[in-house]
Design a protein around this ligand. Sequence first.
Ligand SMILES: Nc1ncnc2c1ncn2[C@@H]1O[C@H](COP(=O)(O)OP(=O)(O)OP(=O)(O)O)[C@@H](O)[C@H]1O
Length: 355
Amino acid sequence: MTDQNAPRRTDGTAPSAADLHGLVEGSTAIASGSHEIAVSGLQKHYGDYHALRDIDLTIPSGSLTALLGPSGSGKSTLLRAIAGLEVPDGGVVRIGGEDVTFVPPQRREIGFVFQHYAAFKHLTVRDNVGFGPSIRKLPKDEIRQRVDELLEIVGLDGYQDRYPSQLSGGQRQRMALARALAVQPKVLLLDEPFGALDAKVREDLRQWLRQLQTETGVTTVLVTHDQEEALDVADHIAVLAEGRIEQWGTPREVYDEPANDFVKGFLGPTARLRGELVRPHDLVLSLRRIDDAEPVTVERVVHLGFEVRVDLRDSGGEALSAQTTRGEAARLDLHQGQALFVRLGRPGEDRVEVA
Ligand SMILES: Nc1ncnc2c1ncn2[C@@H]1O[C@H](COP(=O)(O)OP(=O)(O)OP(=O)(O)O)[C@@H](O)[C@H]1O
């Protein structure tokens, strides 16, 4: 089976490790000045399939932007078009104000990290990270110093002489980031870099990525289908669906002021109350009817640490879930079969109902 996240050439085949190194080999500039990424009117077809539909997106210099969307929404295609691994059918890609639409990847001064990092197995961590600078024939002691600094930043100091097979998955991805940064790229493009790792490691690595990005200030684009990851690390999120950008904004904007039901549904759990899509934590439960609260029956009470999810059924037979706290669940004595009322809370309202 082919990996959806694996990089593809325009002919559909996966690039070799040497190709990927080629992405950074040509990099010469040190990340300074404006490295805004601006995409306008971008179109991409694969045969009859319209993978990118007129994409306009500006990624501010020095920021971390997440491309978030379901599988097949076009995230990787957009990232690969920015990298130069895909040639668009129409539109323009600019990096730092320069039109790079037809500039080959190795001349775009980018660092790229994929979900499955193609390390040189026969090279040590030091030589993997130092590969790009050594191709550019930088002085050996300068390379050594740069590699040591980067390995310290990514938390791999002391691992210089190990081989990739002697690293954990998380350590390998951190080595990949160090290697991408070793050539001091203008922009860092990350395609589900933590996708193959387990949940806890992912969480640690995204905190670490956020810190690394803040320290280096390199303009970063992160492809992810994980809304929590995007909300957690990104300055801005572009939400994609079917080759279009549905919304662009800060994590708070896309979560609190979603442009449409798709964005609302994709950014977090939702419940439908009288036809309106709402957040489960915006629902207020009460034992007596307040205002025009909807009568519901408790089907299940699920304790998820501090939070409690209450699965309900309304009088029309529709299922919906509310989210509440342990304290409130105890106060209401929530239990299966209980008759309750649910309504939409107002922002800042005290959730504790004395019924
Ligand atoms: N080389 C290709 N040839 C044909 N179709 C392709 C090719 N690359 C991507 N596609 C199609 O274009 C669409 C967008 O793919 P893309 O990889 O950009 O989606 P994605 O949002 O990154 O999804 P995922 O999260 O699954 O990686 C998909 O329907 C995919 O099958």
